[in-house]
Design a protein around this ligand. Structure first.
Ligand code: CO8
Length: 251
């Protein structure tokens, strides 16, 4: 690991020297050597660590149900009291196509683990083709809500969403919820009852509830309903076990 870190550091220096000569940095009036050095460093940083795209924000593929529900929960993330904006009961969780890459200090760790690794639910670039979703969490109610629009690449039975894709979303939402409540966890058990099929292209709502916590165990239940809440599509229960970082790296 130390050797790989050393190699990465050398690569970083090589890239840095290349950028110093190539990055345009307009010298303003009274610019100093220090200012231009700062400018180069900033350019270098944004080149090496580009701002990740938050994939939980709306894009042009989102349909009216997806937008309506997003706007509803998003409006509950901030409340106005006496003319001042305060955090509301809900919080939107940003989402990226890699977990470790954007975690603080996780850049090197992620490269060491696997540079080509991408989060399963976020690895199809074409907007609207697969998993379009946003997760909100309510700390007080210990509840999570996910608004999910299922794209055409998730087909199982003709015109309907694949059961594995539904399971993926349940595992992701319940897993995100368990992580939010208990830190690093792995799914130990997931039980799913499929009650009614989900049409491809439709928007559904996943609600995740904390059932109980016992030592390392976090028990979550989850249901999937239609956008207006009138139809139950899927129900699930899950057990997550708390683990340590070494559990993952030593896997
Ligand atoms: C943003 C993205 C979020 C994504 C979330 C997605 C989450 C995932 O998909 S994780 C990937 C799928 N899961 C896995 O690969 C996990 C594979 N399994 C494992 O690594 C291990 O079995 C693991 C870590 C779950 C448990 O192992 P370990 O830490 O040794 O626990 P172990 O000692 O066997 O059991 C601890 C307790 O849990 C119970 N337990 C363990 N597994 C189960 C199970 N499947 N069902 C019921 N109880 C269980 C045991 O009975 C024991 O109970 P008690 O303490 O009362 O005796």
């Amino acid at each position: 690991m130390a050797r790989s870190l050393g190699q990465m550091f050398k690569g970083f220096l090589r890239l840095g020297s290349g950028l110093t000569t190539r990055t345009p940095c307009p010298p303003g009036p009274g610019s100093t050597h220090r200012a231009s050095l700062l400018c180069t460093t900033a350019a270098l940083q944004s080149f090496l660590f580009p701002k990740p795209r938050d994939l939980s924000l709306p894009n042009s593929s989102w349909g009216p149900d997806m937008m309506r529900l997003y706007e509803h929960y998003n409006s509950l993330c901030e409340v106005e009291t006496e003319g001042e904006k305060q955090p509301g009961p809900w919080r939107r969780l940003p989402s990226y196509n890699r977990i470790l890459k954007y975690a603080t200090g996780g850049v090197y760790l992620s490269k060491i683990i696997q540079s080509k690794a991408r989060l399963f639910t976020r690895n199809i670039k074409q907007q609207g083709a697969a998993f379009e979703y946003v997760v909100f969490v309510n700390k007080e109610e210990q509840k999570c809500v996910c608004v999910f629009q299922a794209g055409h690449l998730l087909e199982g039975p003709p015109g309907h969403v694949h059961g594995g894709a539904i399971a993926t979303m349940i595992d992701s939402v319940a897993g995100t919820h368990a992580t939010y409540l208990s830190g690093l966890v792995l799914t130990a058990n997931l039980n799913i009852n499929y009650r009614s099929p989900i049409s491809l292209g439709s928007t559904v709502v996943l609600e995740s509830f904390l059932d109980k916590k016992e030592d390392r165990k976090t028990f979550i239940s989850c249901k999937v309903t239609s956008a207006d809440g009138s139809k139950l599509h899927t129900e699930a229960t899950a057990l997550f076990l708390s683990i340590t970082v070494s559990n993952i790296i030593g896997m």
